[in-house]
Design a protein around this ligand. Structure first.
Ligand SMILES: Nc1nc2c(ncn2[C@@H]2O[C@H](COP(=O)(O)OP(=O)(O)OP(=O)(O)O)[C@@H](O)[C@H]2O)c(=O)[nH]1
Length: 294
């Protein structure tokens, strides 16, 4: 059998629904979903294998103007990923319309030497007039001939998009065995599941100041595993918020995160959460390396 395989770099402003789309394409919970901007700090991949074609999806962090060390590193990663991809998929949010952020990303994609596809997402929240305007605006970005109206949330239009992307992949051997849906180390996925619960429960600067690292996974029995996770924050006050009055917050995060881990790992989980303060970790290259953030 002649197989096709390739990498699809997914770009788009924070919150347009990239993670939801990756999940819809892969059909499994891979990328974390949150209504807070910039959830995805690392490039998270999902793998879709269908018949003779394999797509490796790279869920890129939002392309943004560099603000601090971490964001500059993100930017470098975005450019590197585009250079190593076979197609780029830009996601737009039809509810918010095309804005300066989208044009900034479009400009970055214009230099890409691979086919660019645009997905206009969240159509379930738009009326007909808005959809027509949005498709026109998407076309006016001038980066893609192929524009797909979709609802990643409901799954509408996702199959057509997937079929189109499959057609863009060059001939080549599969990168992953057909059963694999993600190349992430298990601990990265588990850490993201814990962090998702932090994002859901905290406000303002706290969500983005928190990084979760899985410190230890100890399989005690076939059906029981102990997971130790460290939550790094930048200040004592953030630590206080995460722990909460009488430990209420950390308990709530831990309970929900444990259930998510149990679902992911398919066994009983004991989750041990510790909060640690690391002042200014965003600017610390050594710590970023340890956390696996490039
Ligand atoms: N109504 C509707 N909501 C959607 C759709 N797709 C995503 N959302 C919602 O939009 C929000 C952001 O979705 P994400 O998938 O986290 O967005 P993202 O682009 O990955 O965001 P970052 O990772 O933060 O850059 C979530 O609340 C999703 O449930 C859609 O098709 N329709």
């Amino acid at each position: 059998m002649v197989t096709r395989s390739g990498f699809v770099a997914i770009a788009g402003r924070p919150n347009v629904g990239k993670s939801t789309l990756v999940n819809a394409l892969v059909g499994r919970k891979i990328a974390i979903v949150s209504d807070k901007a910039q959830t995805t700090r690392r490039a998270i991949r999902g793998v879709v294998t269908h018949e003779d074609t394999q797509l490796v999806l790279t869920d890129l962090p939002g392309v943004q103007r560099p603000r601090d060390t971490l964001t500059e590193r993100m930017q470098r990663r975005v450019e590197q990923e585009l250079g190593e991809s076979d197609a780029a998929l830009m996601v737009l949010n039809a509810v918010e319309g095309v804005g300066p952020g989208d044009r900034f990303i479009a400009a970055a994609l214009r230099g890409a030497k691979v086919p660019v596809v645009v997905a206009v997402n969240k159509l379930d929240r738009c009326d007909r007039t808005k959809v027509v305007t949005m498709l026109k605006d998407a076309e006016d970005l001038g980066i893609a001939d192929d524009i797909f109206p979709i609802s990643a949330h409901k799954g509408d239009g996702v199959v057509a998009l997937l079929e189109h992307l499959r057609g863009l992949m060059p001939e080549g051997p599969f990168y992953f065995s057909p059963e694999e849906t993600s190349d992430q180390a298990e601990h990265v996925l588990l850490a993201e599941l814990v962090r998702e619960q932090v994002l859901r429960r905290t406000r303002q600067e706290v969500p983005h100041a928190v990084e979760v690292v899985i410190d230890d996974i100890f399989q005690e029995r076939d059906d029981f595993v102990r997971v130790r996770a460290l939550m790094w924050v930048e200040t004592e006050s953030q630590k206080g918020i995460l722990i909460g009055t009488g430990g209420k917050m950390i308990k709530a995060i831990g309970t929900k995160a444990r259930k998510e881990l149990e679902r992911e790992m398919g066994m009983q989980v004991h989750l041990d959460l510790t909060v640690r303060v690391r002042h200014g970790w965003r600017g610390d290259d050594r710590l970023l390396d340890r956390l696996g953030i490039e």
